[in-house]
Design a binder for this molecule. Structure first.
Ligand SMILES: [Zn+2]
Length: 792
């Protein structure tokens, strides 16, 4: 544990009475961040770590009647996950009343009349949630909350008073405290080295790295669940502002409007609110003399994975500030600014009226833009308090009335489903504040009989849009760059249809079934078990390769095995290079990653020596010897090309070298047909679905037939796309999706897709478990040096 000078000064401040503390009628003066930390926030090469951030914020709360701090729970690695509530002292004394108003306006079924609604709107406050620090290398995001909090705690100007009177601000200084601590520790290690300010060689969220901001509907991670269940679902904020950073070479600051496409279930009033608020913020910042602000660029609003609030009557304002090298300044000459996703940072336009002239860019600039952005947002929230509340109420009112052209209900049979998938789908809906009820008896609906216990989601409820977007099929629109031009590639993945991902049947209906329904259910209690594997955490014979170029897919794979209680070892480059892997492991998994970063790793001089270089030739040889000696090597998605190319397997990736204009699937759900009765396919529907995202597709080379078994193929052209977007699908149709290739005494099992995508593809988990089980059983039957199993 480090010991820093600031801790001493913090302790001192705690011991000494404040200048006016304890005297009636006067408030203690809130301490400024620099008086506690010993440096100005935004100083070059200085970052406050998580202990210092929470230490300062605690002190601020103790010295200001405008600030309250709560620990909402523990992070993945056991740190406190904290949130501040900031408002006028008078508002904070009546917090329960304002909470009650929020609850009522959020669900108009609780409001007796329009008269009552207007009274609530008159009395209420706008709830604004501001979150920082989800992405830990975007360091300004967890430094600036201290400045925002201090400004609101100490400000006596009219603007600050208006914000405090009309707004209840929920401020989360970091959505990922573990990562904030890890990156600050890492950064301090790099100071003065050739690699000062480099990104760390590990994931900044223990399991999912940057994907922690893709978890806003699956809620797989503790931090997401804390934010959703303890803040969103309690306060139903009208405005949510998430503070991020982007690359260094583009505009200085991004604010919505989003670019198209907007996911069609987002209420149009929210879209209009985002447009108005975002452009007003940009206007305010331009008025302060800031330059290089872009709106309506780069980021779309398609996936709910980044936008819980869009389905819960709140607007999402993302801001992205240009980055330095962590807290180290950089020089960005004007001529070095470059075009990214259609934005030219050197050319003015309606959405980018005043380009930034280039120069030195430092953390001080970053936190300055961030703070101004947050205050501009709070200013707008305060100015239009009533409008935000009224629109919020209207969105709820429209939802409970049932929107035109929408189903009236979703029916989810309780029987004949993938049990893990059903439990998880229900967990997601209920955690997302969707009311799910159960039928008390069997019923017949549109000629089909449903058993007692069937789940029913009526769409006449406030958050029906959340249920609808997750239960229906996505049809991502093909947007052209210009009429007749090339298709504009999506910003993110394009599909999120839970029934397909989780192997659960869900029936949309234009009528609510006529049957007696229960009260809304809670989150189902369900233990995930992989028979023969769960509980074998002790001496792992399974290894997950984890490179020093951080792999989110490796992290997700670890998360899934941990969820099921399956033991594993994290295999590092040095171990692979040292060889002798067969005596230690029966199965090695290569997560989704292209071969080059796995083999080459970080370049010399870019990292401390222990993180430099990847598998290298020796590591690849170590893996091949492991297979030849009877081991099973499993490769997910892009990693498949490593053994294909480096071991000379008799397979061709038919998609290799294709241009985006010839073939492109940015993240979609495709038909997967499996070989009936094959051991690897047990527990998965023969006609199933696979998550495809930049994967390969296999063809057996002539003469390779006796070594290769194709266990699964992608569907035919006309039935290939199940949800999302695909172009050039005929190139993938009927190609191999899973291949088992004999190599020496062992085998390589290749997946052309991600069977464990972001902890959501429960339908294809059994494919992984079957491989592990088959390999471990074969090994224990033959002894550790025996060859891999071939069936059974
Ligand atoms: Zn980010």
């Amino acid at each position: 544990m480090r010991f820093r000078a600031v801790h001493a000064s913090l302790a001192l401040t705690l011991l000494l009475p404040g200048p006016a503390a304890g005297q009636p009628g006067s408030e203690p003066r809130p301490p400024s961040p620099d008086s506690v930390l010993g440096f100005e926030i935004g100083s070059d090469r200085r970052l406050a770590d998580w202990d210092e951030i929470t230490g300062y914020l605690g002190l601020l709360a103790r010295s200001s009647p405008r600030v309250r701090v709560d620990t909402l729970g523990e992070t993945t690695l056991g740190r406190p996950f904290v949130a501040l509530t900031i408002s006028s002292a008078a508002n904070l004394r009546r917090l329960d009343r304002f909470l009650e108003i929020q609850r009522k306006l959020a669900d108009p079924r609780r409001v007796a009349s329009e008269v009552e609604a207007e009274e609530l709107i008159k009395e209420g406050r706008v709830a604004v949630l501001i979150t920082g620090g989800i992405h830990s290398t975007e360091v300004g995001g967890y430094q600036v909350p201290m400045r925002i909090a201090y400004r609101l705690a100490a400000g006596e100007d009219e603007e600050t008073r208006r914000i405090l009177d009309r707004v209840i601000l929920l401020l989360v200084p970091s959505l990922n405290p573990d990562g904030s601590q890890l990156v600050v520790d890492w950064y301090e290690r790099t100071l003065g080295a050739a690699w000062e300010g480099a990104s760390p060689p590990f994931l900044y969220h223990h399991y999912v790295g940057h994907d922690n901001n893709r978890d806003w509907y699956a809620f797989t991670q503790k931090e997401t669940r804390l934010a959703v269940t303890r803040l969103h679902n309690v306060w139903h904020p009208q405005i949510v502002h998430d503070i991020h950073q982007m690359g260094s070479q583009g505009p200085r600051f991004f604010i919505p409007p989003w670019i198209d496409p907007i996911e069609p279930n987002v209420d149009p009033l929210l879209v209009a609110g985002i447009n108005a608020l975002g452009t007003a913020m940009a206007w305010e910042l331009y008025g302060q003399g800031k330059r290089g602000i872009v709106v309506n660029a780069i980021y779309d609003a398609w996936t709910p994975a980044r936008a819980y609030q869009h389905y819960h009557a709140g607007v999402r304002i993302l801001t992205e500030t240009a980055s330095a090298r962590l807290a180290t300044p950089i020089e960005v000459p004007f001529d070095s600014l470059d075009v990214r996703r259609g934005v030219d940072p050197r050319e003015p336009s309606w959405r980018f009226p005043d380009p930034w002239p280039g120069g030195v860019w430092r953390l001080a600039d970053i936190v300055d833009y961030m703070e101004s952005g947050a205050l501009a947002l709070l200013q707008q929230a305060a100015l239009y308090r009533e409008r935000w509340l009224r629109n919020f109420y209207l969105v709820g009112l429209r939802a409970i009335g049932g929107r035109e052209g929408w189903p009236r209900a979703y029916i989810i049979p309780a029987e004949g489903q993938n049990p893990d998938g059903l439990a998880d789908l229900l967990r997601i809906l209920v955690t997302g504040d969707v009311e799910v009820r159960r039928a008390g008896e069997a019923f017949v609906h549109h000629g089909r009989r449903f058993a007692a216990g069937t789940y029913v989601v009526s769409m006449a409820q406030p958050y029906s849009a959340f249920a609808k977007t997750l239960l229906e099929v996505q049809r991502y629109p093909a947007l052209e760059e210009y009429p007749g031009g090339p298709l504009r590639p999506p910003y993110d993945v394009t599909a999120h249809t839970l029934p397909l991902l989780m192997g659960v049947e869900v029936v949309a209906s234009d009528e609510l079934p006529e049957t007696r329904l229960s009260e809304p259910i809670g989150v189902p209690v369900h233990e995930k078990v992989a028979p023969g594997l769960s509980g074998r955490a002790g001496s792992p014979r399974v290894a997950i390769y984890e490179p020093w170029v951080p792999s989110m897919d490796a992290g997700w794979t670890r998360w899934i095995l941990d969820e099921y209680g399956i033991g594993y070892h994290r295999l590092r480059d040095a171990e692979a290079r040292a060889g002798g892997l067969r005596s230690r492991f029966d199965v090695i998994i290569l997560p989704d990653m292209s071969p080059r970063p796995m083999i080459e790793g970080h370049a010399e001089g870019s990292m401390p020596p222990e993180y430099v270089g990847g598998l290298g030739a020796a590591g690849v040889r170590g893996l091949e010897e492991f297979v030849q000696a009877g081991g099973t090597l499993v490769a997910f998605n892009r990693a498949s090309t490593l053994p294909i190319e480096r071991f000379g397997l008799p397979l061709t990736d038919v998609l290799a070298g294709l241009e985006r204009s010839q073939f492109y699937v940015p993240g979609s759900i495709l038909r997967l047909n499996l070989t009936r009765g094959h051991w690897l396919a047990a527990g998965v529907p023969t006609r199933g679905a696979a998550w495809f995202e930049r994967g390969p597709a296999f063809e057996v080379q002539p003469g390779g037939e006796d070594r290769v078994e194709i266990v699964g193929r992608f569907g035919p052209s006309d039935g290939l796309l199940l949800s999302g977007w695909i172009s050039g699908g005929e190139r993938l149709a009927r190609r191999g999706a899973i291949a088992i290739v004999k190599h020496g005494q062992g085998r390589v099992i290749l997946f052309a897709f991600r069977p464990q995508y972001r902890g959501q593809t429960i339908a294809t988990y059994p494919l992984i478990f079957n491989v592990l089980r088959n390999s471990l059983e074969a090994a224990s039957a033959k002894g550790a040096s025996g060859s891999a199993g071939e069936g059974a």
